[in-house]
Design a protein around this ligand. Structure first.
Ligand code: FMN
Ligand code: SF4
Ligand code: SF4
Length: 302
């Protein structure tokens, strides 16, 4: 079977999860490629793909706007084809999977299943707000060990608690194997309904459906601080929708219209030269998955 996973990851969590899932599929003897939608903005031809995957973080209780736009540009398929969804979230995906499954259904894709993992929170206003909670991290860890079901709520106060465990990783492997079985016996009529993909926490499904890209941009409000900018061009490369431009290499970047509120530019700027809504560039950045997480999600040998 030929599998292709479309990936958007602003700060590395979803990339880690996706590489692991792809390695599970490959170790079962199938071809599985990952296509990063930021470095490959042109949607691929999908004629030879037997199984499609769509993987991105939850942002604003929904899939990233960048992934949604990418999916909107995918070619439709004349014959129903299977697709599976992956995602990471700091606590709650909301409408993420239902929205993507609905969108893909319009293109002729049938969603076989969705799987998400809890990874550390990366929303800069949140990290800025709870920066002092780091001093009491041991209590957060103690509570989350004692009451694992409360992890999503505890992660609101101690974002670092939102870390997937070995058991979560093994569930991802089982999900990947299950997807392969479902794909090999694919019958469009017996696919799960959108509501079976994920049961959102009360209110988050509606919230995700109500957020507009304008709202996301308004509450991100990334702005260049020219004095601090070293003109390295990193922000230009990581913007998933190409709304930051440099006239030429080494020029000051210009922030144009069309921001989708992903904060990637803010997160990756090495010189704290980008400010944003209620966020301190010195403490609000998510530095990416830790060494421990990287080791935990080390891809399986093929
Ligand atoms: C702009 C933004 C919005 C977010 N919104 C949510 C959310 O609605 N629900 C949630 O559980 N996590 C939310 N998060 C946290 C991310 O989903 C989580 O940290 C994810 O693992 C980041 O993945 P990445 O490193 O692949 O970009 C948000 C993060 C950002 C940057
Ligand atoms: S990443 Fe930061 S320092 Fe580099 S060009 Fe962009 S704003 Fe300037
Ligand atoms: S300008 Fe920054 S926050 Fe807005 S879409 Fe581009 S990378 Fe994301």
């Amino acid at each position: 079977m030929k599998c292709l996973i479309l990936l958007h990851s602003a700060t590395g969590n979803t990339r880690l999860m996706t590489r692991y899932a792809a390695s599970c599929i490959a170790s079962a003897g199938h071809e599985c490629k990952i296509r990063d939608i930021v470095s490959h903005p042109k949607p691929p031809a999908l004629g030879s793909v037997d199984l499609l995957g769509v993987s991105c973080p939850t942002m604003y209780f929904r899939p990233t706007f960048a992934m949604e736009r990418y999916v909107a540009r995918l070619p439709s398929t004349a014959k129903p084809k299977p697709v599976f969804l992956l995602g990471t979230a700091g606590g709650e995906p909301g409408a993420h999977f239902a929205l993507l499954a609905e969108q893909l259904a319009h293109k002729g894709y049938v969603t076989l299943g969705a799987h998400w993992l809890m990874f550390p929170e990366s929303w800069p206003p949140h990290l800025t707000l709870v920066k002092d909670m780091g001093k009491t991290a041991q209590y957060g860890e103690m509570f989350s060990r004692r009451y694992p079901a409360l992890r999503p709520w505890l992660a609101v106060f101690w974002p670092e608690i939102g870390v997937s465990s070995e058991a979560d990783r093994d569930n991802l492997r089982r999900f990947s194997e299950e997807v392969l079985v479902r794909a090999s016996t694919f019958e469009p009529d017996v696919a799960p309904s959108f509501n079976d993909l994920h049961k959102p926490m009360p209110g988050t499904n509606m919230a995700g459906r109500m957020v507009t890209v304008e709202m996301a941009a308004q509450y991100t409000a990334v702005k260049l601080v020219p004095d601090r900018c070293t003109k390295c061009g990193i922000c230009v490369k990581v913007c998933p929708v190409g709304c930051i431009n440099q006239e030429k290499k080494g020029a000051l970047p210009a922030f144009g219209r069309g921001c989708t509120g992903c904060w990637a530019c803010f997160q990756h700027c090495p010189d704290q030269a980008i400010s944003g809504w209620k966020s301190d560039p010195a403490v609000g950045k998510y530095p990416g998955p830790t060494k421990e997480l990287k080791e935990l999600f080390e891809p399986l040998p093929s």
